[in-house]
Every structure is written in C-alpha cells, then in structure tokens.
Design a protein around this ligand. Structure first.
Ligand code: GDP
Ligand code: IMO
Ligand code: MG
Length: 426
C-alpha cells in the first residue's frame, strides 16, 4: 500500500483537521509528519468542537492508530494539555497513539528564544505562534536538539542542561529581553515524565512494516504550502517542509510510496501572521469574510487576514505537491456575496505572472481578478452535492478548469456531516 497525503495549499487553517477526521474511517493509520503545536486543527461532531495541536486528527475514530512522526516537534506541556482534554473521551491513548523516538522536543528556552527573536525583529517580525518552532528546528538542523528517545536515557538531564545553557548564552544577546525560566522548567519536566508513559516507537520502521502488511495510511499535513520553509513566502514561513516531500522525510516514507495527494483550500483565502498576501482585502469585503467565516486562529485567537482565492498561488501549490485531488472548504461562507472574485494572474512591474514568483516579497503585486456569479442559498443544510445551487457548481467547474485537478469534496460547514462528495473518490 502507498501513503496518501492530505495537506494545505494556502497559508494554513484550510480545514485539514475536519477533512482528516472525515476520511479517517477509510484508513488504519493517521500520521503527522511535520510542524508541532503551531498547528491548530479543528474537528466538530456530535455538537462538540475539538482543537488538536500535536495529536493527529484521526484520534477520535476507534481502531485507528495515530502516529506522531519524526518530523514533528513536540512541546511536552502543550501535549499533556491536549491529552488532558481528551481524557473524558476514554480513547485508550496508550494503544492508539504512537510517538516517534526521533521527534524533537521543544524546550521552554526554545519558546523564550522564539519570543526574544520576534521582539528583536520589531515591525519585521514573522508573526510566529510563539510556540518555539523556529528555534527547535534550528537546533535539529544544528545537531543540538533533544529527541523523544533521549528522555529514556540516563543522561537525559545532562543533555537538557547542556542545551539550556547554550540557550541562555544565546539569550544574552537580546539585551533588553527579560525572561523567567524558573516557573516553566518544573512543569516541563513533569510533562516529560508523562510522555515517558506513552508509546514511543521507531516510527519509520513501524510505518513501513504497516505498508507492507497492507495497512492504509493517511499523512496529515500542518500549516500550508505557502508557509513551507523552501517554497513559501520566505522569511514569512514556518520552519518545516509542509509539502508532500515533507511526508518522506517526516515519516521515513520513500517517494515511490506516496499515493493520492489531497490538496485542501478555502473557497477564498486567509493568512495569519506577517508576510505577502497578494489577494488580501483590507476593506469591508475582507471584514465580511472574516465575520462569516469566523476567521480567528485556532491556536492563537488572532484575527486572520482575508482575501479572494488566489489561482496562481494555488496552481503553484498543486505543482509543488503533485496534488491528485482537491477539497474545497468553507463554501458556505461565500453565500450572499453577489459576485465572487478569483485572482487569475498578477501584474508585477507591468509584467504578467501566471505563477507565484520570487518577487512577491519585495515588489508591488497587483492581483488581476475575474468575477464569478455568487449564490444566495444557505449551503449548511445541503445533504448532497447534486442539490447544490448551480452557481456553486459553476464556481467549482471554473476552479477545476483553472486548476486542472478534480475537486472531490466540497465542505459546507464545520461539522463532520457538512461534507459533500462531488465525485466518487478513489
Ligand atoms: P486546519 O488548521 O487546517 O485544521 O484548520 P483550522 O481548524 O485552523 O481552521 C478551520 C476552521 O474552519 C475551523 O474553525 C473549522 O471548524 C472551520 N471549518 C472547517 N470547514 C468548514 C466549512 O466548510 N465551513 C465553515 N463555515 N467552517 C469550516
Ligand atoms: P495549521 O496547521 C496558520 C504561521 C504563523 C506565522 C508563521 C510562522 O493550523 O494550519 P511558527 O510559529 O510556525 O514559527 O509561525 O506561520 N503559522 C500558521 N498559520 N495555520 C497554522 O497551522 C500555522 N502554523 C504557523 O502565524 O505567520
Ligand atoms: Mg489551524
């Protein structure tokens, strides 16, 4: 069997958690391959809303293994908080949740360094989630990091102290930055003790053995393609590879073992944090989308920046990921807009760009739009795509034509049940 992948094609928060939960009954294993508690994946069913940060979104479905891969970074304190929230649901976490011994740990000093770095950047800050993601991946590539496997070793405390002392030296360079580590350290060490009680595995071996024995696996992306460390709007990105290739390195899956790649996008576009966003609307239309779409961050609560759909950016994301099918989210949010706009290309220095070029960061990017007829009908009660308003179907056909990949799922509300299947999925 091959590993299917579901990942975001925009700047994150596309609705990955919801669709992973919807698709989980078709799979035996759901695996996260990158990112960490910067992610906030929302699932809604039976009247309850859950937000997951580190734990894969298949955790609520019985009989499904959830795997946190080597490419993920884990903050034991946030992770413990997530587990406590799940406790009332009796999910048998010890059996259902597996953690890679090679996943890296976020230390309290990583979070402090993240905050110090952002403060020092001033108006040029990345707008990070302040979860310590950047500093943790820096220690990973700098070969200084601590991994889950280390917590079982006798000299773990020595390793921890060595790294903290390095961080303290680094923090000295941020002259005006004050911090207090004393209150953060003990809860972190307590959370490490709880982490030891869970099931740590050689996840790359586990996943390859599972593939061999015919298990169906879905890899769940975090963030989105436009936040990828290589292909996103650098430096306003996260610190991991959020694209399909990240599945290979973040789980130990060979490129030849990648199956379907499901790219997920909103019927419009949002971004949280700083950085270029060519189709951003700083007007009442953007405000209306934010209000209708409840566009506030699942992790930080920050208002999300809103704009129209950006086809050059989507085509670019589809290309980088090799997306084989698409899910369009939040179609219900656009109900009531007389016309919907889609950016077909950009003008930069008077030149036409149909793709997402390097220059978006430094130059003025003028989005050129095509107008599409909107719809007034409430979509949230629809039980089948056949019954959808023609204008929505026309929008979907228009996007399929421009993106050259089938849209197999149209989402019309946050609940598990508010999910319409457009074509029979493979
Ligand atoms: P993720 O990070 O990609 O998992 O997405 P988030 O959970 O951060 O943000 C998506 C938000 O949109 C959540 O609040 C979801 O409950 C909500 N949502 C998902 N799909 C839909 C949809 O089709 N319609 C509406 N109105 N909300 C949706
Ligand atoms: P999910 O998985 C949206 C953004 C931050 C910031 C940049 C870098 O829920 O889609 P970081 O903390 O990673 O160093 O922040 O990336 N960001 C996200 N935006 N959704 C996310 O995750 C994000 N994770 C990080 O806002 O701009
Ligand atoms: Mg999110």
């Amino acid at each position: 069997m091959k590993v299917d992948v579901l990942l975001g094609l925009q700047w994150g928060d596309e609705g990955k958690g919801k669709i992973v939960d919807v698709l989980t009954p078709k799979y035996d294993i759901i695996a996260r391959f990158q990112g960490g508690p910067n992610a906030g994946h929302t699932l809604e069913f039976e009247g309850i809303k859950h937000v997951l940060h580190t734990i894969p979104s298949g955790i609520f479905r019985e009989g499904v293994i959830n795997l946190i891969g080597n490419g993920v970074v884990i903050d034991p304190v946030i992770f413990k908080g997530e587990l406590e929230k799940l406790a009332p649901f009796n999910l048998n976490i010890k059996d259902r949740l597996l953690i890679s011994k090679k996943a890296h740990l976020i230390l309290p000093t990583h979070r402090i360094l993240d905050a110090a770095s952002e403060a020092a950047k001033g108006k040029d800050k990345i707008g990070s989630t302040l979860k310590g993601i950047g500093p943790t991946y820096m220690d990973k590539t700098g070969r200084n990091g601590l991994r889950v496997g280390d917590i079982f070793s006798d000299n773990f405390m020595d390793k921890y102290k060595t790294l903290v002392s390095k961080h303290k030296d680094m923090l000295k360079r941020f002259e005006d930055f004050e911090y207090d580590l004393s209150e953060l350290e003990q809860p972190w060490l307590n959370a490490i003790d709880e982490l030891k009680e869970l099931t740590a595995v050689d996840s790359e071996q586990y996943i390859n053995d599972a593939m061999k024995s015919g298990k169906k696996i879905l890899a769940e992306g975090a963030q989105g393609t436009m936040l990828d460390i290589d292909f996103g709007t650098y430096p306003f990105v996260t610190s991991s590879n959020t694209v399909t290739a990240g599945t290979c390195t973040g789980l130990g899956v060979a490129p030849t073992r990648i199956g379907n790649v499901i790219g997920i996008f909103k019927a419009y576009c949002t971004r949280v944090g700083s950085g270029p966003f060519p189709t951003e609307l700083n007007d009442e239309v953007g405000e209306a989308i934010r209000k209708e779409g409840r566009e506030f961050g699942a992790t930080t609560g920050r208002p999300r920046r809103c704009g129209w759909i950006d086809l050059p950016a989507l085509r670019y994301a589809i290309m980088i990921n090799g997306a084989t099918e698409l899910s369009m989210m939040k179609a219900d949010v656009l109900s009531g807009f007389e016309t919907i706009k889609a950016c077909t290309h950009y003008l930069i220095d008077g030149e036409r760009y149909d793709y997402f070029p390097y220059d978006v960061n430094d130059k003025e990017v003028i989005p050129v739009y095509e107008e599409i007829q909107g719809w007034n009908e409430d979509l949230t009660q629809l039980d089948s795509y056949d019954n959808a308003p023609q204008a929505l179907k026309d929008y979907v056909l228009y996007l399929e034509d421009k993106l050259e990949v089938p849209i197999t799922v149209v989402s019309v509300g946050p609940d598990r049940t508010q999910t319409l299947s457009n074509k029979v999925m493979a």
